[in-house]
Design a protein around this ligand. Structure first.
Ligand code: AMP
Ligand code: MG
Length: 323
């Protein structure tokens, strides 16, 4: 069985093709980049996705060296995400499914990030730290679902980094640029906001931007943002590992590409005798490949999903039948 996955929840339109054996045949995507000083505008992101969807499809098929007729299943990211963007994936999925007369299923974007990490690293039952643009969650499987042990109370960590970047004149996405500048900075204290198992990032960003405007060094602020926010993530993740007794950690989502975050979690795992895994960089951010793989898992386990788009879908409301 070969599944074609469509990703369109926010900034990225992607198509990936994966076999039921977990062989990744292609991973093609294109990112909408807001004008300098702007965040993601849903309607502009939607227009971007509409414009490039056919080109992305053609390249994904060409890379996989197959035709549409070889596809057995189509999966699309049904949520969580921005409604105008989600509709592009749903409608493109419907169109392709009609054209080749193959089933279409909607799958959960967040769980796709977890499952691609498991496929690529071979880890079986980890605590997962899922850090992306809109999401920050500490997850672990228990009794049929991915349960959320801790999460952000406001913005996702990626969006927080991007907001800081926007405020200091960096282009989107700012996470990688902040990482480069951080390597030249020194520590300056910022608010550290952990409440029980939950985290808050927005106040840290407001404070950092205020101090930037007052003339504080950008390098020092980038370094300290990373140190502070990643330490918060590490603290909560370690507590989830202690609570669940799980001995493996999986880091996934776009911010998983950050070397300093990987380093801090790696040290934490080593100190408690646990094993640390990171999703490969090419599958860290949004892409269609993780959607295709989750489509395969749903189909194999005969797990039904809801029809249509689910902009506010929560990770812990999805029944996971393949574990
Ligand atoms: P996703 O929504 O999963 O595609 O992740 C996108 C987010 O990852 C954006 O907010 C980026 O700024 C962030 N990101 C990507 N690379 C890095 C990095 N090296 N360090 C920190 N954040 C990053
Ligand atoms: Mg994502």
């Amino acid at each position: 069985m070969i599944c074609l996955g469509i990703e369109s929840t926010a900034h990225t339109f992607g198509i990936g093709i994966v076999s039921d054996k977990g062989k990744i045949l292609s991973n093609v995507w294109d990112m909408y980049r807001p004008a300098s000083g702007w965040g993601i505008e849903p309607i502009k992101a939607k227009m971007h996705h509409e414009e490039i969807k056919n080109k992305v499809l053609e390249k994904a098929l060409a890379d996989a060296k197959i035709g549409l007729k070889d596809i057995d299943l189509i999966a699309f990211s049904q949520g969580a995400g921005l409604a105008p963007c989600l509709y592009v994936g749903l409608n493109f999925g419907k169109e392709l499914s009609k054209r080749i007369k193959k089933p279409l299923i909607g799958v959960c974007h967040q769980i796709a990030h977890v499952e691609i990490g498991k496929l690529c690293t071979g880890v079986k039952d980890p605590v997962t730290l899922y850090v992306s643009g809109a999401n920050t969650q500490v997850l672990a499987f228990a009794e049929g679902r991915y349960r959320c042990f801790g999460e952000t109370m406001d913005v996702g960590i990626g969006n927080a980094l991007d907001k800081f970047g926007r405020g200091v004149g960096m282009d989107f996405p700012s996470g990688p640029k902040i990482e480069v500048l951080a390597s030249k900075g020194h520590y300056t204290e910022l608010p550290y906001v952990v409440k029980g198992m939950d985290l808050s990032f927005s106040g840290i960003i407001t404070e950092s931007l205020t101090r930037f405007r007052k003339g504080e060094s950008l390098e020092n602020l980038c370094f300290s943002l990373q140190e502070t926010m990643f330490a918060m993530l590490t603290e909560v993740t370690e507590r989830a590992m202690a609570h669940t007794g799980k001995t493996e950690l999986l880091l996934t989502g776009g911010v998983a590409a950050n070397s300093r975050l990987q380093e801090m979690l790696g040290i934490m795992c080593r100190e408690r005798g646990a094993v640390f895994h990171t999703v490969p960089k090419e599958f860290a951010g949004d892409c269609g490949t993780n959607i295709a793989w989750l489509g395969i898992l749903h189909q194999k386990s005969k797990m039904k999903t809801k029809p249509g788009i689910l902009p506010r879908q929560r990770t812990d409301e999805v029944d996971v039948g393949w574990i």
